[in-house]
Design a protein around this ligand. Structure first.
Ligand SMILES: NC(=O)c1ccc[n+]([C@@H]2O[C@H](COP(=O)([O-])OP(=O)(O)OC[C@H]3O[C@@H](n4cnc5c(N)ncnc54)[C@H](O)[C@@H]3O)[C@@H](O)[C@H]2O)c1
Length: 252
């Protein structure tokens, strides 16, 4: 896995889903703003491509292959990131999976898998790295929710998992009381990434005032701001980034 050595006093973000469409966009914005990135994904090739894309920024970064829903994998990741890059100041939970199904085609294993990756994984990661976040000059947890978790959505397990992640965002404040750690979430609307299918994209275009869906980079810009010291007054909230798609609802 290509990597750039640690060193210096820049913030260091652990970023899950770093091999995905949104994760790669966030990784580039963090690196461009001087934040080191521990890139994590279950897909080794994808995470390697993201790490390679950061080589020109001169910040510490390295790739790690892990399934974030596996407690042993999270323990191993905690050790490996510490050994390679040192303590992290930020945890960005961006990895996620979407199962396109409701009651009729979501079996128990699929229900559990979606909840394990989208909710349990972020919980395990924040738990594992909490002491490092508290020790940082300004710690940050940023979770990737979804507008599918704030409205009704026919993909039930996914919607429930993202609603749970948003609630966990506010609830984690109590664990970081008295520290400089903030915990926020970003709820994107439809973005063109490998997760989105073409029919969902055209449906969302009609619901978005600008006539276009948000890009991964539009959403990454909000992650970048929340990751910065300038966002310290924002805590415990989920910020919607959907181009107005959920706000535009009208009976008329
Ligand atoms: N694309 C959209 O329209 C959209 C809308 C709202 C929210 N989101 C959310 O944005 C986040 C990023 O998704 P994306 O659109 O970039 O999709 P993506 O499929 O490109 O990226 C998701 C990444 O997560 C990784 N991943 C999946 N399971 C994992 C696991 N168990 N451990 C570690 N890594 C794992 C995948 O390998 C992939 O690289 C997700 O949380 C998703 O739910 C996406």
């Amino acid at each position: 896995m290509p990597e750039h050595p640690a060193g210096g006093s820049s913030p260091l973000a652990l970023l899950t889903g770093a091999g995905g469409g949104l994760g790669a966009a966030i990784a580039r914005r963090l690196a461009a703003s001087g934040t080191g990135v521990a890139c994590v994904d279950v897909d080794g090739h994808a995470v390697e491509a993201t790490v390679a894309s950061l080589s020109g920024y001169g910040v510490p970064c390295a790739g790690f292959v892990a399934d974030i829903s596996n407690p042993n994998g999270v323990d191993e990741l905690h050790r490996a990131v510490g050994d390679t890059l040192g303590p992290v100041s930020h945890v960005l939970n961006v990895a996620g999976i979407l199962h396109r199904g409701g009651l009729g085609n979501t079996d128990f294993d699929m229900w559990k898998r979606v909840l394990d990756v989208n909710v349990t994984g972020p919980f395990l990661l924040v738990q594992a790295f909490a002491d490092q976040l508290r020790a940082a000059p300004y710690g940050r947890v940023i979770n990737c929710a979804s507008i599918g978790g704030t409205t009704g959505y026919p993909f039930t397990a996914y919607a429930a998992s993202k609603a749970a992640l948003s609630n966990m965002t506010g609830s984690l404040l109590f664990d970081f009381w008295g520290s400089d750690v903030t915990v926020n979430a970003v709820a994107p609307g439809a973005m063109r990434t490998p997760m989105l299918d073409a029919s969902a994209e055209s449906a969302m275009i009609g619901k978005t005032p600008s006539g276009k869906i948000v890009t991964a980079d539009d959403v990454a810009a909000v992650f970048e701001f929340l990751a910065s010291a300038a966002s310290s007054g924002i805590n415990g909230v989920t910020i919607t980034v959907d181009g107005g798609a959920t706000a535009q609802f009208s009976y008329t």
